[in-house]
Design a protein around this ligand. Structure first.
Ligand SMILES: [Zn+2]
Length: 392
């Protein structure tokens, strides 16, 4: 409760100033004495934890000030605004709303002060999930240069929550004009969400939206994957292959995510040899378990289990990996003769498998959130493209 009292110091200062400035007019003196008494009563209510009574009294004082227009309002406004914010941060949003609404309605404050009150009121509505009310306030604030960036950011958050992707794109484009970025990950992801949300629309329109994503963020693998999907649906496998292979240079963190689709494209063209060449090139470029395992699988299909096992052994000596070890043991089991040796290998394989199952395959590089499948937006910190595959 002490923090509330500190907040109210500016109000006390304002009244002190008023007292110093008072003229001989008796009615003014009476008014100030009454307000000072009210102020002390309000503080006493706060001290005795009667917060509701205190809020009622302060709102009443605010109204009196409106009527009389007697005291200097700047300190009073700031103190009331901050008092509301403090209530919100303590989870007492109904009180915050009452204070901020009173400030917004007061005829005694300037246009700029009311904009500040509206901004905080919108935050109150966001806190309690009244997105439609917050939205209408932020739409008003977008036209005010000093409030525009914050209002656009909040509108972006609202439309992302409500999954209104066309509006999200519109707001993200406006935000990008205010603060241009070289690699606009968020805008690119909004384009991808929008493209994915379109069901009946033509492939041409989706393609244009995805090209926009790549224009604002050339490293946007998600846009590449979606473009390749469009090509595959039109049986344009060669085009899909060239897009997916480029992920190796576009953003190699995600190369493991495209390998199975890439393989199915090569299979459709009966060109698995070219897929093997790509995997060999990828193996030399990045250290990625999925690349190593895909190569071993392809070798097994072509040259048998012994060749694949030798390949995995070679990879393990270069870089130890639990996932590759797990697959290596499987080959060992297939090779082993029945007996205690094989039983031990089976037990070891099971234990390593359990360990892999328990480990998360992806982690957010921003907040550390772990998850078993790839998500483009972190559910914990809401950052885009920060969830990356983990090497187990
Ligand atoms: Zn995160």
């Amino acid at each position: 409760m002490l923090e509330l009292l500190f907040l109210l110091l500016p109000i006390a200062a304002a009244y002190g100033w008023y007292m110093g400035q008072r003229s001989a007019k008796k009615d003014q003196e009476d008014m100030s004495n009454k307000l000072s008494r009210d102020y002390v009563t309000g503080v006493n209510f706060l001290l005795s934890n009667q917060t509701d009574k205190a809020v009622d009294l302060f709102l009443d004082m605010l109204q009196k000030q409106e009527t009389e227009n007697e005291i200097e309002s700047h300190s009073q406004f700031e103190a009331e605004l901050t008092l509301g914010n403090l209530f919100r941060s303590r989870g007492e949003v109904d009180r915050a709303l009452r204070i901020h609404q009173a400030l917004d309605r007061s005829p005694n404050y300037s246009f700029e002060q009311k904009l500040l009150a509206k901004q905080q009121l919108a935050r109150d509505f966001m806190t309690v999930g009244f997105f439609d009310r917050a939205e209408s306030l932020y739409i008003l604030l977008v036209d005010e240069p000093e409030f525009a960036e914050n209002a656009l950011q909040q509108l972006l958050l609202i439309y992302q929550k409500t999954k209104e992707w066309k509006k999200t794109v519109n707001i993200a484009e406006k935000l990008a004009k205010i603060r241009p970025l070289e690699n606009n990950v968020e805008l690119a992801q909004c384009y991808c969400e929008y493209a994915e949300s379109l069901s009946g629309e033509s492939a041409v329109e989706k393609r244009n939206i995805l090209q926009n994503a790549l224009r604002v963020s050339s490293r946007c693998v998600r846009a590449s994957i979606l473009l390749a999907d469009l090509d595959i649906s039109e049986k344009n496998y060669q085009k899909a292959i060239s897009i997916l292979e480029n992920v190796l240079y576009q953003n190699s963190d995600y190369i493991g995510e495209v390998l199975s689709v890439l393989k199915s494209c090569y299979k459709a063209l009966n060109q698995l040899d070219s897929f093997e060449l790509f995997l060999i090139r990828a193996e030399q470029t990045v250290k990625n378990d999925e690349v190593d395992l895909s190569l071993a699988k392809l070798i097994e299909e072509k040259d048998g289990k012994s060749a694949a096992q030798a390949k995995l052994y070679q990879q393990l000596t270069k870089k130890p990996s639990t996932l590759i070890f797990y697959h290596f043991i499987q080959y060992q089991i297939d090779d082993a003769e029945e007996g205690r040796g094989k039983e031990s290998l089976i037990l070891l394989h099971k234990m390593v498998g359990e360990r892999i199952k328990q480990s998360a395959a992806y982690r957010c590089s921003n907040c550390g959130y772990q998850v078993h499948k790839l998500l483009w937006n972190c559910p914990s910190c809401r950052h885009w493209e920060t969830i990356k595959p983990l090497s187990i």
